[in-house]
Design a protein around this ligand. Sequence first.
Ligand code: ADP
Length: 452
Amino acid sequence: MRLRILIGSLVISILGIILFSFGATQVYYEASIEEAKNYLEVYCNQFDDDIYTKDTSGAEKFSESLSGARVTIMNLYGIVLGDSVEADDVEVAADHSDRPEVVDAMANGYGFDVRKSDTLGKKMAYYCINTGTCLLRVAVYTSSEWAMFVKALPTIATFMAIDIVVCVLLALLGTYLILRPIEKLAHESGMEQEISTSYTELKPLVALLNERNANLSFQMNELKKEKEIVERTQNSKDELISNITHEMNTPLTAIKGYAELLENGNLTPEQQKTEYKTKYEQNEKQTNHNTNIINYNEITNDDLPPYDVDISAIVKDIISAVKPEADKQNVTIEEKIEDGVMVLARHERVSELCGNLIRNAIRYNKPDGKVTVTLTKGYLRVEDTGIGIADENKDKIFSRFFTVDKSHSGQNGGFGLGLAVCKRICKRAGWTINVESKLGEGSCFTVSFNKD
Ligand code: ADP
């Protein structure tokens, strides 16, 4: 850009000088013609008829008194009587009545013209007067415009050289002054803060840059968030793999140990019964893990269409199924269920959602506790009088693989996937799920069927 401005201003200034030189030459030329006319008039006024019209050498004599200016003396009809130019060069007795200055002098008393002389082949200024007894014409050489221009060329070249130097310096200064605020803007726009300028011409650019910066920082934030999500997902995956490995190895190791004990045959029948029971429980636990993982994958990844599902029937079935487990912990279940409540979802998803909430309410309850399941057309609510959830964990419990008590991870069948599945199912159906809870007093999970 700097170079372009420099070249541009150089070209403009050189063109300017050339045009100015032509103009100045023209003005100077016209002034010199005017000056020639004036002194030719003065020359003519010095003419004396009595002295110079006596013989044909009068013209030469008058020319000598005028330092060699060409003098032509004609009769009143324009016929040449004498000419100061050598007799070889000019035809005496020639008729000059058609020359413009002679025509004017015959008509008006004087005439003036500038042209190339037919006789001498050079450009001349002619002044002619009618003296009353003859026509007197005095002429001097003049330079043409082009000749004047050529003569002035060394001066023009000197000025051009000075002009180029001055122009380069001024262009450098100009580009520095013009580009400085732009470079400052470019530098500031790379920073995060909003930029401003006092130059009116740059204000639209500044507005554009600020808008672009705002967009960029918005996109950067989005990217940052996405990166965090990817990292979190990666961590979750790592955690999942480590959880699965740990949780699956534990029952397998236990089962192997019991199998070895049984193989040795050193156990009493009573001990054998206990070992079989433990083996069975470990096996159940293993199956539970597998089911959880498979459920999560199926429910979060399937593309199957929803249909009308009788949620009242599903909730009742689940309550019957978990009754033995509740009885074992001495937890009573109260049902406040409206019949025939229909929701748009899929049977397996609704079953998974309600099952997870009701089973958790029993699992995280206290002995002799209570679970209340309420179902209306607008919502499903599962309340318990259990251990409750601390405020800081209320959001986290819906994340995958989050368990409040890590030491219990994998016990009671889960390692933090149940509520994540519930949240995902609600999201797909357009429902909302939230929890209210007080640590040590109990929790209340509500699924609202109204679309947001
Ligand atoms: P899990 O299979 O471990 O139960 P969930 O995703 O169902 O996984 O639950 C995540 C965590 O939320 C549980 O580990 C538990 O600490 C807590 N939680 C869930 N439901 C309840 C509840 N009704 N009362 C107290 N804590 C609960």
